[in-house]
Design a protein around this ligand. Sequence first.
Ligand code: ZN
Length: 429
Amino acid sequence: MKLIIKNGIIVNPVKNQHEKGDVVIENGKITSLGGVAKDCDGDIFDAEGMFVTPGLIDMHVHLREPGQEAKEDISTGTRAAAAGGMTQVATMANTCPIIDKASILRDVLYRVKEDGVVKVHVIGAVSEKLEGKRLSEMGDMALAGAVAFSDDGHYVDNANFMRRAMEYAGQLGKMIIDHAEDITMCEQGFMNEGDISYALGVTGRPAVGENIAVARDLLLSEMTGCHIHIAHISSAKSVDMVREAKRKGISCTAEVTAQHLYFTDEYLKNYDSAFKMAPPLRTEEDRKALIEGLKDGTIDAIMTDHAPHANEEKDVPFTCAPNGIAGLETSLASTLTVLYHTGEMTMDRIVEVMSVNPAKLLGISGGVLEEGGIADVTVIDPNKEWVVHGKDLYTKAIFTPYENISLRGKAMLTVVDGQVVMREGRVLV
Ligand SMILES: [Zn+2]
């Protein structure tokens, strides 16, 4: 079946393309890109007023399989991804059991084949059981398809262990993604340490806890040559350090969540656990620094850290609730609302940080539209206004910090390998 996406604006930064034109897809491939499609024989999607982009890629999600299916599973998580305009995601290793062996990683990839709606890549653990004591089966996992290594959810707190892990990962040509929060400074805290936490009387996680971890990892990257990717960077000083490290030629990159670009710790004033995450939402000054970092190339990617929890886990007093929120269905809309419609970032830069760069960092195909290439495509209506209601989302987690918030912009079509998996908000498979 032929699919013709008509009248959209093609935004394809890798090819320096930003122009109105049609896209024709047949047998999983893009057969014609740009200009006016000659034949109208097929399934036509009118993208007038919309952007046609390479499929969006979320390089940091938690699909929770195996073992935590009460929170999310591959079926619901990848449906949420499709609804959010994602064609590919990379899922983290902090499952039950931990993805620290090739056999477990292969099982996850098998489950993806059975239940996945979008492409799923797996990030293997750095350490066995995420304990930070013995190396995981990194080599075997790399052979089985691990795209990177991370103990995300946990900080690798032993510096010498991290050094060895980076030496090993470097030899395998894989990056380490670190959850940068020094455990001794952050473990006891529930939100950003600052004026709001003092006023609420809640123990905080100071930004300096992140800064210490980022500094150590940049130093170890310089020492070992292994690429370090700072997960969910959240504070102004961390952005400064990554900027300086890049200037020095240290092999490092960073990502930021859509929610850290939208919200600040002010939103926690009602002790609402829907805003509870790690690293925590920080100050307006930090939020502005994150945006600057994205604009000047210090931060390479926007991702979700989609970390759903079962509703009964999150619906408890603030200090008892787990960290993490679902984000796959709101990240694009949040980004367009807070960065595109405010004039902070162009659509081209948004496509770079939500598709081009994640593909490069993970070493996977994607991030570009080309004739003869794989048809992973997202069509985005930048002006579609909608109000978020957690109960209407595909994720199992009904708690979202965006509840009742009106966002502007939405993915209207998600195409994976030439197959329409989401159309106008409805997941079709
Ligand atoms: Zn993390």
